[in-house]
Design a protein around this ligand. Structure first.
Ligand SMILES: NC(=O)c1ccc[n+]([C@@H]2O[C@H](COP(=O)([O-])OP(=O)(O)OC[C@H]3O[C@@H](n4cnc5c(N)ncnc54)[C@H](O)[C@@H]3O)[C@@H](O)[C@H]2O)c1
Length: 278
């Protein structure tokens, strides 16, 4: 996976002939990631819970970008689903070159998800961990095994969060509202996203000699329909003075996915308007 032989720097970002799997591909960021990968020429496997949704979205990507895309229903907490998804992707496209390990859960029950730490149930904790950590482990394991067998290297990108590294500033949640309810960042989310950074470091060190690069992409807060009070309070904390836009994650992801980052592994790339800097 070195970029030797690539004629121009721009060409190093190109992904034609490569296959990328995106877990959580129907989400706010997942859809943008899939579109960015397809625009740069990759064949995209959209993996998410909604079978009809992934097929429809894959067709939209194909129509728009002219590259082969498929949707595969996959619950990343279930080894059988994950293994089947990887086998199907490999059977369809021949190789798997990129994994964007991106699925995460807020769970179906937002009241449980946002419950105060002192009252947090073990059941809810495990539900979130099963997607955010177990799911990431299973996808990295299945794709990593496949990449080792292919022996052509690869790039694995795992989505963490600024809250995996820093505790939340509780003050920004005063008067906040998202999907009709007051929000916070639950401890389980922070703990799960911190685990992503550790998993990345381990796999980067383990697989470097096989040309498989593993990096973390760490978004800061992205605007997604939070109320004005929250957006203002959050923006006040950020050196750049605003929340991110979902499209602003795509360039960093493409850098890590492509040969443009051929000597980068084990890195954690923050896209957070500078929040981690102070
Ligand atoms: N949006 C933000 O502000 C933000 C900030 C920091 C980090 N992140 C991280 O970025 C990633 C993408 O976030 P997002 O905003 O697009 O989230 P999202 O909630 O919009 O999307 C998550 C996707 O994961 C899917 N998913 C959930 N459980 C699954 C399972 N068991 N199997 C397969 N898919 C499953 C969901 O169906 C959904 O499509 C996540 O890892 C998130 O933690 C997001």
């Amino acid at each position: 996976m070195s970029s030797k032989g690539k004629e121009s720097y721009g060409e190093r970002f190109q992904l034609a002939g490569k296959t990328a799997i995106v877990t959580g591909g129907l989400g706010l960021l997942g859809r943008r990631f899939c579109a960015g990968l397809a625009e740069f020429g990759a064949r995209v496997v959209v993996a998410d819970l909604d079978g009809d949704g992934v097929s429809r979205f894959a067709q939209e990507l194909e129509a728009r970008y002219g590259t082969a895309c498929i949707g595969i229903r996959c619950d990343v907490t279930q080894p059988a689903f994950v293994n089947r998804m990887v086998d199907q992707a490999a059977a369809q496209f021949g190789s798997i070159d990129i994994l964007l390990n991106n699925a995460a859960s807020k769970s179906e029950d937002l009241a449980q998800f946002f419950a105060p730490f002192e009252a947090y149930s073990l059941e809810q904790w495990r539900k979130v961990m099963s997607v955010n950590v177990d799911g990431m482990f299973l996808a990295a394991q299945a794709v990593g095994k496949h990449m080792l067998k292919q022996n052509q290297g690869g790039s694995i990108i795992q989505t963490s969060s600024i809250y995996g590294l820093f505790g939340p500033d509780e003050r920004i949640y005063e008067g906040s509202c998202y999907l009709g309810m007051a929000i916070n960042t639950p401890a389980v989310y922070s703990a799960s996203k911190a685990a992503v950074v550790g998993l990345t470091a381990h796999l980067a060190a383990r697989w470097a000699k096989y040309g498989i690069r593993v990096n973390t992409l760490t978004p800061g807060g992205v605007e997604s329909g939070q109320n004005d009070t929250f957006v203002r309070s959050y923006a006040n904390r950020v050196p750049m003075g605003r929340m991110g836009h979902p499209d602003e994650l795509v360039g960093a992801m493409l850098f890590l996915a492509s040969d443009a980052s051929s000597y980068v592994t084990g890195h954690n790339l923050y896209v957070d308007g500078g929040l981690h800097a102070w």
